[in-house]
Design a protein around this ligand. Structure first.
Ligand SMILES: Nc1ncnc2c1ncn2[C@@H]1O[C@H](COP(=O)(O)OP(=O)(O)OP(=O)(O)O)[C@@H](O)[C@H]1O
Ligand SMILES: Nc1ncnc2c1ncn2[C@@H]1O[C@H](COP(=O)(O)OP(=O)(O)OP(=O)(O)O)[C@@H](O)[C@H]1O
Lengths: 216, 216
């Protein structure tokens, strides 16, 4: 199990802290406000009330011993930046900081954050992608050119895989078919596709887009 | 292209609105505060200053014509709930509402939201999962039992695919290998695995977990 330090137990910080703890890792949570710390106290290894901009106090905490430090301070821009600086100065190995916008993100990266997250912005883009491709249940990007997607079939997609000729028509490969809660791997040419089957398809992005357009 | 109505152009709402517009869809953005609307005015089809709890005004907007309505009002709990009620009453076909916590989420679902999103909470869990499985670059869940993962190799994973015998040892299938920005699909048994290759593997969740433990 790894060791994590989460600074700031707002909604974002609390969610990370309790999830990491659930996954079996050691989590120390810090917040200057004990009321913010309370709801998460039973869901982490240790909870400490302290000011995370205090470099000396962070050093005493043995900050170098954590695999990753997450600075999840939100609204208070100054505290978020100062805490990132303090955490780096006190010897943190890897720092992920939360930003509220693009400008803050650049500042945090400049003062030492290894990674910057923008929860509302990133979730917004993710939701937009799902809404923009409703036939697409989920996707895994593989490099800049390829994706594996799970696409729900419609009436235009009935017949056997041999009938559908997806590789010759679109250049994509059907890796598996997700039917109800079952997964049928490497379906053969005579596999009969039913309505509401989800085809797990690997292809180049333009090929996938063409197939998606057919299904949309 | 589909039609979307986004209510509330905070960070979450603005991100969804501009992303959907980028993806080629029609987006109408609403906010009662014109200062909140300004930054996003060039990134949507129409921007309207209005109170989204006004059912009559929503009806005049032709709310039934949108494929999905997103209620992205945040801090003001009352407005978020009232807007969701008003949007439903005015004839919205599909409603996604943003919630700040679990309790609000239940209320929004009860008053008619088809889907409820909690950006900070959901991103927190997502980040925790990535931190908890560092060898795993990304993953696609297929049903309750299977996953396709992209796993980075280490020194324990050198040799040809025939040497590694991943199917017989773990029960998983190597669908492709992601090397630099290239994707090599259906690698043969004599394929030589290099350090920092990313194996794209399909398997049952327990099989994937066993392989991940070997790599961790
Ligand atoms: N200097 C500091 N030291 C420790 N904790 C701090 C400091 N400054 C702010 N915090 C804490 O960070 C937490 C998160 O910040 P805040 O609630 O302002 O952000 P938020 O963007 O609303 O968070 P979220 O979106 O995660 O709910 C708060 O609980 C706050 O007490
Ligand atoms: N009744 C209303 N009608 C229209 N817009 C509203 C109404 N009430 C609030 N809003 C708008 O909703 C937007 C988002 O709300 P707010 O900024 O409070 O949430 P937030 O949680 O901080 O948002 P985000 O996390 O998306 O930045 C604001 O721009 C606000 O003006």
């Amino acid at each position: 199990p790894s060791q994590f330090l989460v600074i700031g137990t707002g909604r974002f910080g609390s969610s990370i802290a309790s999830a990491l703890y659930d996954f079996g890792h050691e989590v120390v949570a810090i917040d200057e406000d004990e009321h913010a710390l309370e709801p998460v106290m039973q869901q982490v290894t240790h909870a400490v009330v302290m000011d995370a901009t205090d470099e000396e106090a962070l050093r005493k905490l043995g900050i170098g011993g954590f695999d990753t430090v997450i600075v999840a301070i939100g609204e208070n821009l100054e505290a978020s930046i100062l805490a990132t600086v303090a955490v780096r100065a006190a010897g943190a190995r890897y720092v992920i900081s939360k930003a509220d916008g693009q400008l803050t993100a650049r500042v945090l990266a400049a003062v030492g954050a290894d990674e910057v997250v923008r929860p509302e912005h990133d979730m917004g883009r993710r939701l937009a992608r799902q809404l923009a491709s409703p036939a697409q249940v989920s996707a895994l990007e593989l490099g800049p050119d390829h994706t594996i997607v799970e696409l729900e079939t419609n009436e235009s997609m009935m017949g056997t895989l041999a009938d559908l000729r997806l590789p010759s028509r679109f250049g994509v490969q059907v890796i598996a078919v997700h039917r109800e809660d079952e997964l049928l791997v490497n379906p053969g040419a005579d596999f009969e596709v039913y309505l509401r089957d989800r085809l797990v398809v690997l292809g180049r992005n333009d090929e996938i887009a063409a197939l998606r357009d057919l299904l949309a």
